[in-house]
Design a protein around this ligand. Sequence first.
Ligand code: MN
Length: 234
Amino acid sequence: MNAPIDTSTYVITPPGIPTLPVEGSDKLFPIHRIYCVGRNYAEHAIEMGHDPNKEPPFFFQKNPDNVITDGTFPYPDKSSDVHYELEMLVAIGKGGVNIPVESALDHVWGYGVGLDMTRRDLQGEAKKLGRPWEVGKAFEASAPCSALVPASAIGHPAAGKVWLNVNGTQRQVGDLNQMIWKVPEMISYLSGLFELRPGDVIMSGTPAGVGAIVRGDVMEGGVDGVGTLTVKVV
Ligand code: MN
């Protein structure tokens, strides 16, 4: 969803501001950047062939306008192995650099549920060749997301089931308390690498059970205490 902007001051018509809806509100959350944490649940690190011991977290980005909120996911071109990764979204309301772990949650505006959709075949090829991941991770509509809920309403969830069903069969299940890097730690670490700004969204990593979808599948997932998300592959 893009918010309208004043077009009269630009030489071409600029794209609108990517946004996320807010549960129970007509107002929108404007997206500045999307950061994604890799391998943040031990069992998922193992299923992807990595040692889950606590190494420093690593991040990649999606494009803000990769977000889609209409309940569909158009199956992308150039891949025959597109995977779901259900994740909790952390929406930043207050920016900063070198944010201490102790005060990191003060920077969170709210939470949501998102899918880090991945062209796994293209990502695998990029990994093998030492190339960037964008073709696997940052393609059109690669981030189907729910509405956000403010932390003022739900607090800061540190435990709760993270799950995904495909066509009614459970595929992913984990718990927020299994995150290797907790939300305050990822905010602190990320803010040492980048200046966090209001509007940044962090996809906090996925539990084990990732797998492929095909057109016609319905993905339904959620984070207990945060919300749910239902997305049809079209
Ligand atoms: Mn992910």
